[in-house]
Design a protein around this ligand. Structure first.
Ligand SMILES: *[C@@H]1O[C@H](CO)[C@@H](O)[C@H](O)[C@H]1NC(C)=O
Ligand SMILES: *[C@@H]1O[C@H](CO)[C@@H](O)[C@H](O)[C@H]1NC(C)=O
Ligand SMILES: *[C@@H]1O[C@H](CO)[C@@H](O)[C@H](O)[C@H]1NC(C)=O
Ligand SMILES: *[C@@H]1O[C@H](CO)[C@@H](O)[C@H](O)[C@H]1NC(C)=O
Ligand SMILES: *[C@@H]1O[C@H](CO)[C@@H](O)[C@H](O)[C@H]1NC(C)=O
Ligand SMILES: *[C@@H]1O[C@H](CO)[C@@H](O)[C@H](O)[C@H]1NC(C)=O
Ligand SMILES: *[C@@H]1O[C@H](CO)[C@@H](O)[C@H](O)[C@H]1NC(C)=O
Length: 259
């Protein structure tokens, strides 16, 4: 009951935030880092067999794919992803760089689909997320989560580690299947926001700025044609950095339907 209450309060707080469009351009979410999230959009209700995430790791063609040249000016060293929630208390490994049995947690994201600038993360929902609809009682692990994307990267010669939290709702139907890993096998301790703040760098990526690949040349591609912030998701999306951990606030009419 408390969890259900918190779920509703959290959703309500999404509506009451002052909102303006900022770092979502043509539906692409610019993280504090080099990766750009093509999907999912913030606060999407998700379910199905897999959690699917599409990440552009070339900054729309500005940065080449690995293997990088020796001593690159810019590079993504690695990306780790967790599905975490202070509401449910879960912090599940999507990828920590080392695949576990049956890809219950995935190997290094930067090394998959080597020829593709967009990495398609396909992660089997683990067992505790099976169900349908919003959580109805306090024992449910379903509900509000962040897809927490951590990047170790170098941009224009400076090494950074950043955390970006993309909120989603695990509220759509997730069928029971025999191949679902146990949440216990994927779960990690949840750290406090203060500890996370202390572990990350403060970094803001300005969409459209160029990236140096080697010390002498700038990016391999041209810049993306200008897009106005009103494009893409439209009004209601805003990237906010509370301390150093950045996340997205958004309100959409679709949210109302889930209440
Ligand atoms: C998602 O991340 C933000 C920022 O780190 C945090 O304030 C919020 O509580 C997190 N949401 C959940 C459901 O844990
Ligand atoms: C990611 O890259 C950083 C910087 O090179 C390194 O310190 C860290 O061990 C790497 N982590 C993983 C999971 O590969
Ligand atoms: C795990 O994922 C990798 C990369 O996508 C793939 O090559 C491999 O076949 C998968 N292994 C299993 C057991 O599904
Ligand atoms: C990566 O995650 C898996 C699944 O949670 C875990 O078994 C493994 O110990 C983790 N590896 C590292 C290096 O953290
Ligand atoms: C989740 O666990 C991972 C691995 O231990 C950790 O790096 C990450 O900071 C944790 N996330 C939260 C929100 O505590
Ligand atoms: C967050 O970390 C920065 C240093 O990385 C520090 O200056 C700041 O005081 C921290 N904020 C909080 C609330 O812990
Ligand atoms: C990277 O360097 C280029 C070329 O010097 C510059 O135009 C660009 O603003 C820099 N980008 C960032 C994010 O600092």
């Amino acid at each position: 009951m408390m969890k259900l209450l918190r779920f509703s309060i959290h959703l309500f707080s999404l509506f009451t935030k002052g909102l303006s469009a900022q770092q979502i351009i043509d539906g692409q979410i610019f993280t504090p880092g080099i990766a750009i999230i093509d999907a999912p959009q913030p606060n999407t209700p998700l379910g199905g067999d897999f959690l699917q995430i599409a990440l552009d790791v070339s900054s729309d063609g500005k940065l080449q794919l690995p293997p990088y040249p020796k001593d690159p000016r810019s590079a993504i060293w690695n990306i780790t992803i967790f599905l975490s929630s202070y509401t449910t208390g879960k912090n599940l490994t999507i990828s920590n760089g080392t695949a576990s049995a049956g890809n219950a947690s995935l190997g290094e994201i930067m090394l998959q689909e080597p020829a593709s600038t967009v990495k398609h993360v396909n992660w089997v929902w683990p067992d505790c997320l099976v169900g349908n609809g919003a959580p109805t009682d306090g024992s449910s692990s379903r509900g509000l989560y962040n897809i927490s994307i951590r990047q170790n990267f170098r941009l224009n010669g400076s090494d950074e580690y950043t955390i970006f939290d993309l909120p989603i709702q695990v509220t759509n139907y997730i069928p029971q299947e025999s191949n679902r890993p146990s949440c216990d096998s994927l779960n990690n301790a949840l750290l406090s926001p203060e500890a996370l703040n202390a572990s990350a760098n403060s970094f803001t990526r300005i969409p459209g700025t160029s990236i140096q690949t080697t010390s002498t040349e700038t990016g391999i591609g041209g810049t993306k044609p200008d897009a106005s912030p009103e494009d893409g998701l439209g009004a209601g999306a805003r990237v906010e950095c509370r301390n150093i951990v950045c996340f997205i606030w958004i309100a959409t009419v679709a949210l109302m339907l889930t209440l």
